[in-house]
Write a protein that binds this ligand. Structure first.
Ligand code: PEP
Length: 249
């Protein structure tokens, strides 16, 4: 059975290790008997060595750098993450583009490095414009340069329109139909970069103000393979509700 994936993006939260451990433990208990969903917690680097992944609750990072080790002050390599039991890494998030000036060319090198170290990549694409268009095409074409077709299965594509992120200034919650359009756009570009078969099989999820009241709509009507909640995932009980809402549907 192909599981629906629900990925919590904790961003730079919570404020303390004590809270991180407590929230992780609450989630661990709450999702223990889940069958149809793969829940993933993408926590800040500093908490990752302490939060232990299990076979039913996976761990992810929110960024990584290139190579295995070396003179890269402040950076963390995919191999270092892997050695902690981290399975996933978010790359290309719009907040890294906005606040850290990250360019798609660097995202591309990070994707190659992360795949090389055996991490699964959660590749976020999306723009400020309502309709998916050339910016997303550029993100996909540039971000995936040098990625082999057989490695596409190790990527989770996130359609994450910037205007739908809960903290964006003029936030509008996307409809499942808008998510569907974004997903179809990504699949179309993947078909052009790789081939139809690869595009058909690609895992595409939705991110942007996802919570327990709307996640089923994005999956059912939006035909998404899962969701990437940010703000709503900070409440461990709300995250469990999201996972259960999907598991029980
Ligand atoms: C995000 O930025 O990854 C995100 C999905 O945030 P939110 O759910 O808060 O919109």
């Amino acid at each position: 059975m192909v599981k629906i994936i629900i990925i919590a993006n904790w961003k730079m939260n919570p404020a303390t290790l004590t809270e991180a451990k407590r929230n992780f433990e609450i989630i661990k208990k709450g999702v223990r008997n889940i069958k149809k969903v793969e829940p993933v917690i993408c926590a800040p680097f500093i908490f990752l060595p302490v939060l232990k992944a299990t076979n039913y609750l996976k761990l992810g990072a929110q960024d990584c750098f290139l190579g295995e080790r070396g003179p890269f002050t402040g950076e963390v390599s995919p191999k270092q993450l892997k050695s902690l039991g981290v399975g996933y890494v978010i790359l290309g998030h719009s907040e890294r583009r906005k606040h850290s000036g990250e360019l798609t060319e660097l995202v591309n090198r990070k994707i190659i490095a992360a795949l090389g170290a055996g991490l699964k990549v959660i590749f976020c694409v999306g723009s400020e414009t309502k309709k998916p268009g050339k910016e997303m095409r550029y993100q996909l074409k540039t971000g995936l340069k040098g990625v082999k077709k057989q490695d596409v299965a190790k990527l989770v594509f996130v359609y994450e329109p910037v205007w739908a992120i809960s903290t964006s200034k003029n936030k509008v919650v996307a409809t499942p139909q808008e998510a569907l359009k974004g997903g179809l756009y990504i699949r179309d570009i993947l078909g052009k970069i790789f081939d139809e078969e690869t595009a058909k099989k690609a895992k595409i999820i939705y991110g942007g103000s996802v919570d327990s009241s709307n996640i089923r709509g994005f999956i059912k009507e939006g035909k998404m393979a899962g969701g990437l909640p940010g703000a709503a995932s900070l409440d461990p009980h709300e995250f469990i509700r999201m996972v259960k809402a999907v598991d029980e549907s």
